[in-house]
Ligand binder design. Structure first.
Ligand code: NAG
Length: 323
């Protein structure tokens, strides 16, 4: 994943420095971090939030998503600042393909955990990989519950990332419901410091419709408000029997802290993605590559040709092709 590569490079320069620091700490007879980590509830593990870094990176690299950026940063700030949160942070990301949902999630992991997506406290679940046989649902339920509980007992500051929620066989998410509220306390360990992120395309049609209408009525994209989209996404999830939350009670009990919309991307956003990608490869911006990528992108609606049908999803592979 492109974001992971860049993240690693980004951390690379810091790692040397951290290595020195941690070597010094390890040499001390009292290692405060591991001491505290023996008491599950106080354990911060490798949770090292750098929200300023996150904000900065999002502003520079997440193309065209003013709403997602603001919502996520605001929710994280409040959550991280609170030493005893009243419930875990639960975010649900919604939008079309290639609009930046996975990208934002990977940046989040990088700026919250020392190991980023490779941290032992970041858990990534994908239906095609982890839950691919619908007839084994009962086993998956048991596994998932044990994993979440086991990992949260080891470290309250864990991140659970669920991809492609609209391909998840129904029933599985029921087991998560108790973890997402405020009452789940086991063996004196509270699980309220965990972060859950759910990703899906559900609601993208509604979001896209609002974006198209805004354009047609000559309103700026930045004038679209979260309050405008939230009820639409909420209803779309409730109405979608293929979404993992179907009949799980999670929507009905309002366990989500934010429904985060990702808007469809315009031509200039795709151009932004091409520049990002070229910069990551250490290359100068090249107009003919930008043009070639744009020419091979399809746009909607049919008439106005405003928004990329695949967002920036194909940018990396197309660049590889045109270089
Ligand atoms: C933590 O979650 C992973 C899946 O990401 C699982 O393989 C592992 O067994 C879990 N650990 C515990 C202690 O339950």
């Amino acid at each position: 994943m492109a974001a992971a590569t860049r993240g690693r490079r980004h951390w690379g320069s810091l790692l040397g420095l951290l290595g020195l620091v941690s070597a010094a700490v390890a040499a001390a007879p009292w290692d405060m971090t591991s001491l505290r980590c023996n008491f599950g509830a106080f354990c911060e593990c490798d949770f090292r939030p750098d929200l300023q870094g996150l904000e900065c990176d999002l502003a520079q690299h997440l193309a065209g998503q003013h709403l997602a950026r603001a919502l996520v940063v605001k929710a994280l700030k409040a959550f991280v600042k609170d030493p005893t949160p009243s419930k875990p942070l639960v975010l649900s990301l919604h939008g079309g393909k290639g609009t930046g949902k996975s990208y934002l999630s990977s940046l989040l992991a990088h700026y919250l955990f020392r190991g980023g997506l490779h941290s032992p406290h970041v858990h990534h679940f994908s239906p095609g990989i982890h839950f691919s046989h619908p007839n084994q649902m009962e086993c998956y339920k048991k596994d998932l519950k044990n994993w979440v509980q086991g990992n949260l007992t080891a470290c309250g500051r864990s991140l659970f990332l669920f991809d492609e929620m609209d391909e998840l066989a129904p029933g599985l998410m029921e087991v998560l419901r108790p973890f997402l509220g405020s009452s789940w306390v086991v063996y004196g360990t509270n699980y309220r410091k965990a972060i859950f992120i759910f990703i899906s395309n559900t609601g993208s049609e509604q979001i896209n419709q609002v974006a198209v209408e805004a354009w047609r009525s000559r309103r700026e994209r930045e004038e679209i408000l979260p309050q405008q989209l939230e009820p639409l996404i909420f209803q779309a999830v409730l109405d979608n029997p293929h979404h993992g939350f179907w009949n799980s009670g999670i929507m009905e009990e309002h366990l989500l802290d934010a429904l985060v919309p990702f808007l469809p991307l315009q031509r200039h956003h795709v151009r932004h993605c091409v520049f990002n990608e070229l910069a990551q490869l250490g290359l100068e911006p090249r107009d003919e590559v930008v043009q070639a990528v744009l020419d091979s992108t399809t746009f909607f609606p049919e008439e106005e040709q405003l928004f990329s049908s695949n967002g920036c999803k194909m940018v990396a592979s197309r660049i590889a092709f045109y270089l």
